[in-house]
Ligand binder design. Structure first.
Ligand code: SAH
Length: 362
């Protein structure tokens, strides 16, 4: 994707306000910063403070069209009525017994993506998609089974956060890039979305998590952005052979190279790395795997997040018993590895990790 800024494609001051054909070529306003919105309103002959009004209606009030922003002059609103804010429409909403809500959102080109809202006592976490589908084809993940369609634009990522915020009537506290897609294959849009979610929506950088299965050269590129976000690697295996079996792209990116890039990430950003590890019964959950994993992570500023496998229909992996999970935790702890177990949310509605696809699965 090009790094063209939002303003590069916004018409210059010399363009006539009444020329409707020009307004239709303007990209959606969602994802634009306060400075960019201010510049845009000024180009339209409006005073600078209208930029702040627009910003607050888009990001705080969750406006879906310019038409409804009643503080803006009616005549001007009509003149720019064709400019889209870039909001998706709700295609389907499914609520699990634990309060987790899965949304199927329809984009401007009728593509469907999934977003999940996960409430806890103190938090509201949104799990956002970064692509329509995913090309990585990890064997245990439902999204990969459906193939890849396209990257999301940054406003389509920001929209997911606003959609969940609006539906819950509550401020979102955390955002995790763990929905459909591989964020590092859409790095430009993901970084722009992270900055907008932080600066425009107002969610703290440290409450944002980017999760990746690993793409050669991209970890360094991400590190260079110096985001204070949490960085998570989907490791899932303690040796190269097992990893290749689960994750086809691992053939082109060895575990050794991936871990070396993670070490470099820690050095460059001074942030620790989280390693996600799906537990698949009998396959990667044995004591020897815990030992192997502990060896790789010795002296590494990291944290292991174990994810008991969430079933998908295409493959017959099994989730380990709770005793097996606890034994794996204990083995890691014995080697002084910081470890936690992710609680599966929204499981019966296929809204948990790895269960997302662009259909209802029925
Ligand atoms: N492509 C990115 C982000 C999407 S997946 C990545 O791989 O990190 C988000 C997390 O859910 C990843 O750790 C992923 O490996 C995990 N996941 C995928 N399928 C799963 C399943 N069936 N059960 C549990 N976790 C799964």
């Amino acid at each position: 994707m090009s790094a063209t800024s939002h303003l590069d494609r916004i018409p210059s001051e010399s363009t006539s306000h009444s020329d409707q054909s020009l307004t239709t070529s303007i990209p959606p306003l969602l994802g634009a910063s306060l400075a960019q919105l201010t510049q845009w309103v000024q180009q339209q002959g409006q005073p600078a403070y209208r930029g702040r009004q627009l910003h607050s209606w888009i990001y705080q009030k969750g406006a879906r069209s310019l038409k409804e922003i009643s503080v803006l002059p009616k005549q001007w609103r009509e003149a720019v009525a064709d400019v889209s804010l870039g909001r998706s429409s709700l295609h389907y909403r499914l609520e699990a017994a634990d309060g987790t809500v899965k949304y199927l959102l329809r984009l401007a080109d009728d593509q469907i993506i999934e977003t999940v809202g996960i409430p806890t006592a103190k938090r509201l976490t949104v799990c956002v998609s970064s692509q329509v589908g995913c090309p990585m084809a990890c064997d245990f993940c439902a999204t990969g089974k459906g193939g890849f369609t396209r990257n999301l634009a940054h406003h389509e990522i920001v929209d997911q956060v606003l959609t969940v915020q609006e539906d819950f009537g509550q401020r979102v506290s955390n955002v995790v890039f763990m929905g459909m897609g591989e964020p590092l294959l859409n790095l430009d849009a993901v970084v722009r979305a992270v900055k907008s979610i932080n600066q425009d929506v107002g969610i703290g950088m440290r409450s944002l998590t980017i999760s990746t299965v690993g793409v050669p050269h991209r970890i360094r590129q991400l590190a260079e952005h110096q985001l204070q976000a949490t960085f998570a690697i989907s490791l899932h295996a303690s040796n190269q052979k097992l990893r290749e079996q689960l994750i086809p792209s691992a053939k082109h990116y060895s575990l050794k190279a991936l871990l070396a890039d993670c070490r470099e990430y820690v050095q460059l950003t001074n942030r620790r790395v989280t390693f996600e590890y799906i537990l698949l019964a009998g396959l990667n959950d044995l004591p020897e795997h815990a030992l192997e994993l502990a060896k790789h992570l010795r002296g590494f500023q990291s944290h292991v997040n174990l994810i008991p496998y969430n079933p998908i229909s295409e493959v017959d992996y099994q989730r380990p018993s709770s005793q097996r999970i606890q034994a794996f935790v204990d083995a890691l702890k014995q080697h002084n590895i910081a470890v936690s177990v992710r609680r599966s949310r929204g499981l019966e509605k296929d809204a948990a990790c790895g269960q997302l696809r662009s259909s209802l699965g029925v």
